[in-house]
Structure formats: C-alpha cells, structure tokens
Design a protein around this ligand. Structure first.
Ligand code: BG6
Ligand code: MG
Length: 213
C-alpha cells in the first residue's frame, strides 16, 4: 500500500500527557474514595472525558449523579489536568519523536493529529508543535470518540486523503479499533501493543521509519 498520510494520536503517542490524565483522574478518584489504578486508566485511553468519568463511577452509587453533577466532576479533573499541562514546554517533546516526524514529512507523508482530546491544541502549543501538522482533528470536531472512527475520518477529510491511504499510530486499544472501523491500518505503541490488534507493533516511535519508507 502506498500510504499518503499518517494520523497520530496525541496523548501517549506524541507526548506523555497520558501520565497527566492518570494523575488528574487519580486525584478525583482519591477525593471521592473510589478505586483507581493503571488497569482502570488503560480503559480510559482514547475515550472522551465524560465517558472516562462513567468508567470510574461504574461500580459506585455515584453513577446515579445528575448530568450536571457529573459535568462538575469531569471539569474538576480537567482543571487538575490543565494545571499539569501548564508546566509543559517543548522539552517535553522527545527528540526521537520530533526527528521521526520531520523525516516522515521529508519522505512526503502528510501528517495529522487524530485525538479525542479537547485540549489537543493547547498541548501542541505547549510542546512547540502548533502549526506543525497538516491537519488537527480533535475532541472539538467530533460527536463520538474512539472506538468510533469519526475523529480519523475527519482527519482524512481535513487532509483531502482517502481513508485507505491513511495509517494511524495509537496507544489505545479503542484507537486501533477506531482506525480499523475507518478503513485504516494502525500501528500500535505502548499499551495498545498489549491488545495485539495493531497491524504493526512499535517498540519505539522511531520504528515508524522502518515501516513508512
Ligand atoms: C484522549 C485520552 O486523548 O483524550 C483520554 O487518551 C482522554 O484519556 C480524552 O479522556 C479526552 O481528553 P480531554 O483532554 O478532552 O479531557
Ligand atoms: Mg492516546
């Protein structure tokens, strides 16, 4: 297949903001006296903010809170998360990632972001990648988050490339599923490798250079 574009998930692929999502949810869960660990956190990868909250509340009576009360809890997590984001600088972008992105661009690939996050543009600014990508499809332009394919189909549309000519890079099982439902192949990195559903498994980000020649 001659791929024309590569669509990257952001949190946990381009940058380790997945760690900050963990800390944000952990602070909220601790305050509410709810269990929260890496296993639960892995289920939140790629999932929207409110759907993530539903997963955290699923075994608690708090799941019966009103929509407004749930929104307040999700906002509380997002405030903790945004405080952590404020401290980010371009030094948080690994040199290996920046250098591989530049090489892929030199090889002629269009590069896009496909993220469920509503904070994607803020993160890209903080790490010095504002304006770098040819398209950014994020939580602000979708109705359904991963595993729904919408965010990746929108990215392809923004790029003007057919879905079959796009490949996705993902750290979420839900993201690999979303890519496949969009008719795209997907490279798994990090936690997504454990799911075993990726078309390629990356040990490290720069492994992409061996796949997309
Ligand atoms: C995804 C993360 O990128 O964005 C999820 O993997 C997160 O964990 C989702 O819930 C929504 O992010 P935000 O920043 O809009 O709360
Ligand atoms: Mg991710």
């Amino acid at each position: 297949m001659n791929y024309q574009a590569i669509i990257f998930d952001l949190d946990g692929v381009i940058v380790h903001t997945d760690r900050y999502h963990y800390l944000g949810w952990k602070a909220l869960a601790d305050r509410l006296g709810l269990p929260f660990d890496e296993t639960v956190n892995n289920r939140l990868r790629g999932v929207s903010r409110l759907e993530s909250l539903e997963i955290i509340l699923e075994n608690s009576e708090l799941k019966n809170l009103s929509p407004d009360e749930k929104t307040a809890l999700a906002t509380e997590k997002n405030e903790t998360y945004k405080t952590l984001l404020q401290a980010m600088t371009p030094a948080d972008l690994a040199g290996e990632v920046l250098s591989a992105l530049r090489t892929l661009r030199e090889r002629g690939y269009k590069l896009a972001i496909g993220s469920s996050s509503r904070n994607a543009k803020l993160i890209l600014e903080k790490i010095g990648l504002a304006g770098f990508f040819d398209a950014v499809s994020d939580g602000n332009n979708i109705v359904n988050s991963k595993p729904d394919p919408e965010v990746f189909l929108k990215a392809a549309e923004f790029l003007g490339v057919s879905p079959a000519a796009c490949a996705v890079v993902e750290d979420a099982g839900a993201g690999i599923e979303a890519a496949h439902r969009a008719g795209m192949k997907a490279a798994a990195i990090g936690d997504a490798v454990r799911h075993g559903s990726g078309d390629w498994n990356l040990g490290t980000f720069a492994d992409l250079l061996g796949i997309f020649r």
